[in-house]
Design a protein around this ligand. Sequence first.
Ligand code: ZN
Length: 391
Amino acid sequence: MLKATKIRIYPTTEQVAFLNRQFGAVRFCYNTGLRIMSHRYKRHGQSLSAKHDIKKLLPVAKKSRQYGWLKEADSMALQQSCINLDQAFQRFFDPHQKTGYPRFKSKRGKQSSYHCVGVNAGDSWIKVPKLGPIKAKVHRKVEGRLKSITLTRTVTGKHYASLLYETEQVAPALLKDVDAAGVVGLDMGLSHLAIDSTGRKIANPRFLKQAQKNLKRKQQALARTKKGSAHRARARLLVAKAHERVANARNDFQHKLSRQIVDDNQAVIVETLKVKNMMKNAKLAKHIGDASWHALTAKLDYKAKEQGKHLVKIDPWFASSKTCHVCQHKMDAMPLSLRSWECPACHTQHDRDINAALNIKHQGIVKLKAEGLSVSAHGGLRKSGMSPAAA
Ligand SMILES: [Zn+2]
C-alpha cells in the first residue's frame, strides 16, 4: 500500500535560496515547454508531446550556454515538470474533464518540485538531491520505503514536503457482502455541504464560514489598493494568508467528516460529474466551490479503501431530485427554490435533498449488485424488488 504524509519543513536561508532556484528551474521548464508546444501548433499545426519531445530538449538545454544553469537543479524534478505538462494537456483533451488550455505557472503562485532519486527522511529532517538535510517537523513516522518527496512553497512562503511511502501493509480485500443499512447516499447540497440518506444535514462549520468571511474582507481591501503600490503587495499577502486559513480549516473538517462517514458505513455512494455541470451556472459556482465536493470525495475514497469498504461514484443521475424514491414517479420540473414537495402519485412528503440522497443510495446499491456484491435487504431496502434503474 502507498501511504502519503505531508510535513512542514524549515529550510535555512541558504536552503531557501537554493529551493527558489530549484522551483524557478521547474517552472521555467514547464512554461518553456508550454510556449514551444503552443507555438509549434499555431505556426506549423504540429502537435508535440511534452513527455517525449519536450523532455528530450532538457539535456540539450543543459549543455547550452544560455540554459546551462538548469544543471544546478535536480534533473528528476525537471523531467517531472514535463510529465506534469503532459498531464495538463491530457486533461485538456479529455472530453469528460472540460478543463481549459494549460496555463503558465506564475512566480507568485504556489511552487513545487518532485524528487524521487536520492531522497531520504529521518525523525527531524528530510533530504533531497544537491542539498543538505532540511529541518522538518515529523508528526507520525510511516514505516516503509520512501519513494518520493514533493516540496512545495505556499504563496505565504511556508515550505512543506509530501512524502510518499511504499508500506508492507496489504490493502484489505473489499467487502463482498454489504448490509443495505450500512450503505449511505450523499447528496451535495446547496443549503448544506452534504445531506445523507438518513436525513442528516451536514453544514459547513462556523469556523470555516468565519474564515471565508475574513477572506472576503481581505479580498475587498486588496481590490481597493493601487496597482504596483506597497499597500497592494501587503494586501496580497494578507489575502494569501486568509486563503491558507480557509483551506486548512476546510481540509481539517473534511478529514474528520470523511473519517466518521467511512467508519460508520460499509459503502458510501456519491454523485460525481454533477459538480461540473452545475459549475456552468455562475451563481451556483461559489456555493459548490465552497463545498469542495471533489476534495471530500477524494478523502472518502482513500479512507474507504484502507478499510476494504466501497466508495461508489455514480454518474450524475439528473433525475435524482425529480424522482420520488418511494414510487419512482418522475416530476417534469423541479425548480431549485422548491425545498419540499409532495409526490402526486403516492402522496409522500419529500424533503428535496433527502429524497435525492435516498435515490443516490438506491442507485449505488444497484451498481454494487451489478458488480457482483450481495446487498442484504434488512435495514430499509424496499422488498418489492423493483430497482430504481428498472423503473
Ligand atoms: Zn411517489
